[in-house]
Design a protein around this ligand. Sequence first.
Ligand SMILES: NC(=O)c1ccc[n+]([C@@H]2O[C@H](COP(=O)([O-])OP(=O)(O)OC[C@H]3O[C@@H](n4cnc5c(N)ncnc54)[C@H](O)[C@@H]3O)[C@@H](O)[C@H]2O)c1
Length: 443
Amino acid sequence: MLGRPEMAELMAKIERRQARVGVVGLGYVGLPLALTFGEAGFATLGVDVDARKIESLGRGESYLKTIESKRLLSANETRRFEFSSDLAHLAQADAILICVPTPLTEEREPDMRFIVSSSEAVARVLRPGQLVVLESSTWPGTTREVVKPILERTGLTAGVDFYLAFSPEREDPGNPSFETRTIPKIVGGYTPQCLAHAQKLYESALERVVPVSSLEVAELAKLQENIFRSVNIALVNELKKLCHRMGLDVFEVIDAAATKPFGFLPFYPGPGLGGHCIPIDPFYLTWKARQFDFATRFIELAGEINTSMPYYVVHRTLEAMSRRGRALKGANVLVVGLAYKKNIDDVRESPSFRIIELLEEEGALVSYHDPYVPKTHRMRHHDVKLTSLDLTPDLLETIDCAIICTDHDAIDYDLLVETLPLVVDTRNATRHVRGEKSNVVQA
Ligand SMILES: NC(=O)c1ccc[n+]([C@@H]2O[C@H](COP(=O)([O-])OP(=O)(O)OC[C@H]3O[C@@H](n4cnc5c(N)ncnc54)[C@H](O)[C@@H]3O)[C@@H](O)[C@H]2O)c1
C-alpha cells in the first residue's frame, strides 16, 4: 500500500511493543487501561487535566479503591508508566486512547465538552502515523461527526494520515471476575486499516478483541449493553412495587425464575439507578434518535420508572413509620450506603442522594453510614454535605429508622436488625437475618 511511510511504521511498532500508548483521562476507565498496556510491555503515558491525580500517581498512591497502590508502585518501578497533567506530552505517543467523561447537561442532553476538549488537545499534537481511539461511551456518530472534524482541522486526514477508531470501555469496577485485560473489547475503525491497527494494538494487551464493521456499530453496541440493563432493572423495579402490593417477596420470585437454565437472566431491584453509565448512556441514544424523528420509548419508560424509585423508597419509609405511630418529620433516619453499588466508593448518580434530599424535605434528620464514602462532595444535582457515621451503640440508640440503599458486604446487617426499631431494606441485604422480624420492611 502506498502512502505516508509513518502510516506503515505503526503496525511494526505495535508488533514489537515499541509503540508508545497515551491514555487521556485517568479515571475509573483510563487508569486501569494505562496500567494494563504498561503490564503488557508497552511504554505508557497517562495524561489528565486533574493535577491532583497526577501528583497522587507520582507518590504511587491510588485514588481509586478498585486499583491497589502496589499495582501503581510496580508500574512505577518498571518505568513503563509515565503520567503528566501536560497534554502536550501526548506528542510522544504513537497511539492515543481517549477515556474522558460523557455526562449529561442540566437539560439531560449529551455533554460533549470533555470529548471536544480532549480531541482538541490531541489535535494540537497530532502527527502522521498516529492512531487515535475514542473509548468514552457516547452516541453513534460521535467519532465521525465530532472527533474526526476536530482532528482534521490540523490538515491531516483520517484514514490517510492518521488512524481513527472507536472502542467502548466495559470496565466494571469492583468486579472480581473481570478486569480490563479479560473483558472482550469491541473495536470499530474509520477505515479497514484503522480497524486493523486498533485491533492489533488491543490484541497485544487484552485477551479478546471483537472487530466490527464501523465506528457506529461499536458506539451503539456499548449503548445497547447499558440500555439492556436500564430496561431490565426498570422491569424488576416495577415488579417489586407490584409484589409489595401483593404481599410477595420479589427477590424470592426472581431467584425462583432464575433456576430456568435458559432464556432468563436475573436482574435485581433497588432504590433507583446509579453510576456513571446506566442512568446516563441510554439518553445519549434518545438524543441521537430524535435527529431521526424516532422516539426511544423503552428507554424513556425505563428512565421514568427508575427515576421514581427513590420517591417510592421514601414513600414506603413514611408508610412504615406511620404504621408504627411515628412521623418522618423529626425522626432520625440513617441512610446505609451512598455508593451506587456494593463494595465500591463511586457515588456518581447514586439514588441515595435523592433519597436523602426527599427525607430532608419530609423533615427527617438524616445521617449516613458508608465504609467506602467517608464524606460527601457537591455533585451535579446534589449538594448534600454529610460525613459517614460509625455504627456505634451510641449512634444506633438515637436512630429511628435505617434505610439500606447499598448492600456493602462490610456492613453488619444483623446489628441493624437487632437494634433498630425499623429497617427499610431496598436490596434484600437483611435476608439472612430478618426471619419473621416485624421491624424490617422491604422497599
Ligand atoms: N466508570 C465505569 O465503570 C465505566 C465503564 C464503562 C464505560 N465508562 C465510560 O468511560 C468514560 C470515562 O469514564 P470514567 O468513569 O473513567 O470517568 P472518570 O471521571 O473517572 O475519569 C475521567 C478522567 O478524565 C479526565 N479529563 C476530563 N477532561 C479531560 C481532558 N480534556 N483531558 C484529559 N483528561 C480529562 C478527568 O479529570 C478524569 O480524571 C465515560 O464515557 C464513561 O461513560 C465508564
